[in-house]
Design a protein around this ligand. Sequence first.
Ligand code: UD1
Ligand code: CA
Length: 490
Amino acid sequence: MSPDRPAAVVVLAAGEGTRMKSSIPKVLHAVGGRTLVHHAVAAAGALDPDHLVVVVGHGRDEVTAHLAEVAPKAAAVVQEDQLGTGHATQVALAALPPLDGTVVVTYGDVPLLTAEVLQGLLDAHEVQGNDVTILTAYLDDPTGYGRVLRGDDAAVVAVVEQKDATEEQAAVREVNSGVYAFDAETLRACLARLDTDNAQGELYLTDVVAHAVADSRRVGALPVTDTWAVEGANDRVQLAALHRELNRRTVERLMRAGVAVVDPATTWVDADVTVEPDVVLEPNTLLRGTTHIAGGATVGPNCLLVDTQVGAGAQVVNTTSYGAVVGPDATVGPYTYLRPGTRLGRGAKAGGFVEMKAADVGDDAKVPHLSYVGDATIGEGTNIGAGTIFANYDGVTKSATTIGRHSFVGSDSVLVAPLEIADGSYVAAGSTVTDRVGPGELAVARGTQRNVSGWVARRRAGTRTAQAAQAAAEAAAADPRAGDKKGSGA
Ligand code: UD1
Ligand code: CA
């Protein structure tokens, strides 16, 4: 990202996060489809450091396993007991070979901290020729944060924690974000001099600042204007606020890139989702995971698409989809449920109240209404009538159904797998099909209709139905033409 790559980035993530009131380690809570620690290592990794270290403690096994998945280049280092941010940094450095150059320290619970902000810190560190550069923020309410103390010449002299601050110090509005760039040798030398002589009995990383100043090393600060970038998620209220802000930024980025977002407030898009220009996202649409929407498609209102690919010009409305591929110009919905392994071809249709799983639906093939399609291949141009069920499961095994091209399955059919229905064939409505249907054949597999004359007069005498039947019979007798109608006998 820059010629002056840091020697190391250390991400502190050992804390318990008790205020989350959760059995899940704090940094494994997610916003925008990524965990907090995933956001942190993504920003850190973009600086291309020689070493990327995450200090883990509480929930170490889960956090380490998660890191192996999302950031294989990050090394997890265990801090057995949480003795303070200074101790955590000591533990990280002890796990690394001797370093030369710049070490960045950041936190695992600050999801809106971007690579750009970190790069700005590195640039300021370099330009100012500092040994320590603190990322700071001016807050209207600095409660809880460490305060940045400056001398008469405005030079930074120390960071004092809220719990150790005098009233005068506590009135300072410039706070320590907890993100720093250090000269490696300065950091190592000053960490060695930390003590626990403070209100919390911890080894404070912040005390490195005063030690560096005492050594006449250069200490500077870079205030951020975007305070969201340094905001940590300490409880679920902050987590939700950070999620909303991250989403606002994601949706704004999409709009600036040519995506029509009708209602940004109800459109939720994960960080890894991609959307091409001229897509329309209607209200109440949630795009998650690795979902991709191609140009000219319309998605929503009321869609949840997870790891789903939507082709150019497709229309998807009121749909829930996990892992489906929707072809160009296909139509889906409303009230449609697509499950993993579903692929709709170009111009194909999965209509109202249709559920599909592992279904390969050919170009221009249509399943318009009220059907279940599972473990099936449907050929190009084939039409599946309303209420068709692909019976793919006998309680033990799942079996497949293959239907050829330009075939027609009548409404309310049950297709019992394993089954093959050939190209250019028909299934009569209401059939339960268990045997192969050959090319050009019509399969009829249903009871034959039998009309019992006079049944209503005999078995429902005196009812309105019987009166209606009687009236119809008399009308037919009076009008000979009506008598032509088959089945009109009373
Ligand atoms: C710290 C800073 C404070 C700053 C604030 C910004 C210190 C002494 N204070 O305070 O100046 O304004 O962050 O949010 O550094 N952690 C470990 N191991 C530990 C202790 C902490 O990994 O032993 C991690 C935590 O998981 C967390 C981060 O370090 O991600 C900060 O720890 P926390 O206890 O929240 O520090 P604060 O008291 O908020
Ligand atoms: Ca904190």
